[in-house]
Design a protein around this ligand. Structure first.
Ligand code: URA
Length: 194
């Protein structure tokens, strides 16, 4: 276990160095830096958001602005504190003015997420918002129809839910998102005691 963890950390560090130097698309010219992702490399669960916002771009860390603070509170409330999970985004560079990344931008950036995934080998992937849901599961899905449902891909279980920024804009979404987070926690805990 310790060796595996060390190997993951080493591989992630190598990948992070490569990702930080990425110039594969035009997003890099409009932002301060690449936001790779962070968290517990041994976690069975990875959270994938849309892309860095201004605070994330400035700090180099994912989900540290207002939406990130809400995410932290929700994670803590379902007994999955932030430092126990891994958090990243489908695009690693901030789209100007916080717009949603285009399908092309997501395709350009996806190889980095695939590599993170190959190293981390999580059993659960939580898709925060429509961008990562569309980029990873299917482009035509509607959040009110798919949130809280598990999509199986091989050994990996993926669950879309509302983006925390959407909850800040529309508090009516907090209740369904809360149910989704409880389901995520239930599944992760059940896996951990298997
Ligand atoms: N929104 C995201 O999708 N990702 C972040 O890292 C921050 C805000």
């Amino acid at each position: 276990m310790t060796d595996d963890l060390d190997l993951k950390v080493e591989q992630l560090t190598v990948l992070q160095t490569k990702t930080l130097a990425c110039q594969n698309c035009h997003l890099r010219t409009g932002c301060q830096g690449v936001v790779f992702g962070e968290g517990n490399p041994h976690s069975p669960v990875i959270f994938v958001g849309e892309g860095p916002g201004q605070t994330e771009d400035e700090s180099g860390r994912p989900f540290v602005g207002k939406a990130g603070q809400l995410l932290d509170r929700m994670l803590k409330a379902v007994d999955l504190p932030r430092d126990t999970v891994y958090i990243t985004n489908i695009v690693k560079c901030r789209p100007a003015n916080n717009r949603t990344p285009t399908p092309e931008e997501m395709q350009f950036c996806l190889p980095w997420l695939r590599e993170q995934f190959r190293i981390l080998r999580p059993r659960f992937m939580v898709l925060l918002g429509l961008a990562s849901t569309h980029g990873i599961i299917a482009p035509d899905l509607k959040m009110n129809q798919v949130h809280g449902k598990w999509f199986e891909r091989g050994e990996v279980r993926m669950l879309p839910t509302y983006h925390p920024a959407a909850l800040l804009r529309n508090p009516n979404l907090k209740r369904p998102a809360w149910e989704d987070f409880k389901e995520i926690s239930r599944a992760v805990k059940a896996f951990e005691i298997e």
